[in-house]
Design a protein around this ligand. Structure first.
Ligand code: SAH
Length: 342
């Protein structure tokens, strides 16, 4: 069985070459081809001799993703259906705004969580993505940004399919590759990892000494409500999550962003607003009020605009930064929570 060369570290590739009697710098060249140059065929590695390419061909394959289908929204958003080497499909999204291009990437095939309002939760989790599969999504969207918008990608959010903190090791490796000068050389400060809230893993991430930002999908600061709409969260109390976020801040000095959707008859009340305000006051944080994107479930309907305005007003009155996020790419099911391999 041939091995996927992209699963090896640079040192492991160098070691392979040395064992075969080749110079170690050959290993560095190959590593540069498969990462910084995103080259997916040994034949295209032009500074490497034919003999050596044959050796590589005999031992390794280069697994990589392939864009299966592209959909473009009227607002410029691009959704990619991405095929993996074993024929699974995930989705990644390019979101253009005036001054930035953001890549929204998937971290798992499907998702093991059960957020009632999210289309991805209807797909069961098939497997974790490898670091290279996450990296390739970013490369693909960077290429698209250059092609369609004449500028490189500026930001990356782990808000596609899956729960990044449940694919922890590969998440970290992908961040390292994306930010390495042997990879895409992008600043970690431009990366946001979004989680539904797994306290132990939030603490672990805080300990990594990375510069990435953290977003937490809160949606309700009242335990009973949150447990109803995100049943897995029964395992972790809001208090426990809070403590992990306080730890995050103490380690990183970076504010947490709470993602929050306001729904009719679920969290559209003063009681819920007060609970959110209190929760925010205990952790250096800001709030993104995100528009609900319908996934056709009768139980979820966006709250009316007055209620969203009231949330904004009361948060601001309490000196909590809040932004109201317009949805992008809705017409092609590319918006938050709509990724489901349709
Ligand atoms: N599992 C991670 C990352 C993926 S979800 C997490 O939960 O954070 C990315 C964001 O989209 C989350 O904030 C999620 O709560 C939100 N989302 C899910 N379904 C949505 C929907 N139908 N409309 C709007 N946002 C949704």
């Amino acid at each position: 069985m041939k091995i996927d060369i992209r699963g090896l570290s640079e040192d492991q590739i160098i070691e392979f070459f040395e064992k075969k009697g080749f110079d170690s710098y050959r290993g560095r060249q190959v590593y540069e081809w498969i990462w910084r140059k995103s080259c997916y065929s040994f034949d295209e590695m032009t500074n490497i001799s034919k003999d050596l390419r044959d050796v590589l061909d005999n031992h390794f394959v280069i697994n990589h993703i392939q864009v299966d289908k592209i959909q473009k929204s009227f607002d410029g958003t691009i959704k990619n259906a991405v095929k993996l080497h074993d024929d699974h499909t995930v989705e990644s999204v390019l979101i253009p705004t005036d001054d930035r291009t953001t890549a929204c990437v998937s971290s798992q095939v499907g998702c093991s969580l059960d957020c009632k309002f999210c289309a991805t939760s209807k797909l069961k989790r098939m497997r974790n993505l490898n670091p290279d599969e996450i990296y390739d999504q970013v490369v693909t969207i960077n290429d698209q940004s250059l092609k369609y918008f004449n500028r490189p990608l500026s930001n990356i959010v782990y808000m596609g399919m899956g729960e990044p903190l449940m694919n922890y090791n590969n998440l970290i490796k992908s961040i390292e590759k994306i930010s390495s000068d042997k990879g895409l050389n992008m600043s970690q400060k431009r990366i946001v990892v979004s989680t539904s809230g797994i306290p132990k893993m939030i603490k672990k991430l805080a300990d990594e000494n990375l510069k990435v930002n953290l977003a937490l999908s809160l949606h309700s600061a009242i335990e009973e409500t949150r447990n109803k709409i995100m049943p897995f969260s029964k395992k972790f109390s809001l208090e426990e999550i809070k403590n992990s976020l306080i730890y995050w801040y103490s380690k990183t000095k970076r504010k947490i962003t709470f993602e929050y959707i306001v729904w009719k008859d679920i969290n559209d009340s003063i009681e819920h607003i007060n609970a959110l305000v209190n929760y925010c006051k205990s952790i250096p944080s800001k709030v993104n009020l995100i528009e609900y994107n319908s996934i056709g479930d009768q139980n979820f309907e966006s709250a009316n605009q007055n209620m969203i305005n009231l949330y904004k007003e009361l948060l601001e009155k309490n000196k909590i930064t809040v932004t109201v996020r317009r949805s992008r790419g809705k017409d092609i099911d590319a918006a938050c929570g709509q990724l489901a391999n349709k």
